[in-house]
Structures are given as C-alpha cells and as structure tokens.
Design a protein around this ligand. Structure first.
Ligand SMILES: [Zn+2]
Length: 121
C-alpha cells in the first residue's frame, strides 16, 4: 500500500495546467529523496504535493467515514505520517517542499500558482 494518492487527480491536473500556462516547466512523477512529489522543479529544487482533502486529512474538509471508522482512522494516520516523513526527507536533501490542499488548488488556483512561482523563481 505504498501509493495511496491517486495519480493525475483533478486538482493536480488543474495546477499543472495553470503552471504550464504561466510558463513554468516541471517534471511529474519523478522520485526524489525517497518521495514522489506531484510536481518537481529540478533546477530550483522545489517539490510540490497536491494533497487530497480526504486522503491527507484537510482540516476544513476531512469527514471521518462512519463505516469502518477504525480502518479509516489508521489509514489517515499512515498517510499523514508518510507525508511528514517525505517532507522531512526532501528538506534534509536540500529541497523546498510545498504542500497544497486539493481545495486550495481548485478554489484559488491563482494563489497556488503564485506560491509555487515565488519558490521557483
Ligand atoms: Zn480541503
């Protein structure tokens, strides 16, 4: 159960299109320092994750499932533990890590792009 995050989610694609539109060029699905960020800027050493509100426990939108509550609670803890570990590993290797919530990307795409741009340029 290594990969929980679905690839090419709506929010991720939304961000990628927006970044492309403003002229930022990136790599995707590139393993870096034991993690696989959603969007990677190799020269600037910036790794971007688009975290799904459900899978990663967004404080605004996460609603714990009623059925199999214990299973889902553990699953969320595992995901969050891995997120924290990946962030630490990347930072230890000299990378700047940006974690954006799915909801932020979808609702305020321009702000998300601005945050990424501020780190890569
Ligand atoms: Zn959210």
């Amino acid at each position: 159960m290594r990969k929980v995050r679905r690839r090419d989610t709506g929010a991720e694609m939304c961000l990628r299109r927006a970044l492309w539109k403003v002229g930022l060029r990136y790599r995707t699905n590139l393993p870096v320092a034991g993690a696989t960020p959603d969007v990677v800027f190799t020269r600037a050493k910036v790794a971007v994750f688009v975290d799904g509100c459900f899978w990663h426990g967004c404080p605004t939108h996460y609603v714990a499932p009623v059925n199999n509550a214990e299973f889902w609670r553990k699953r969320l803890t595992q995901n969050q533990t891995r997120d924290a570990r990946d962030t630490l590993r990347l930072e230890a290797a000299g990378w700047t890590v940006l974690r954006l919530w799915e909801c932020e990307v979808l609702r305020r795409t321009e702000d998300a792009v601005a945050r990424v741009r501020a780190e890569v340029s």
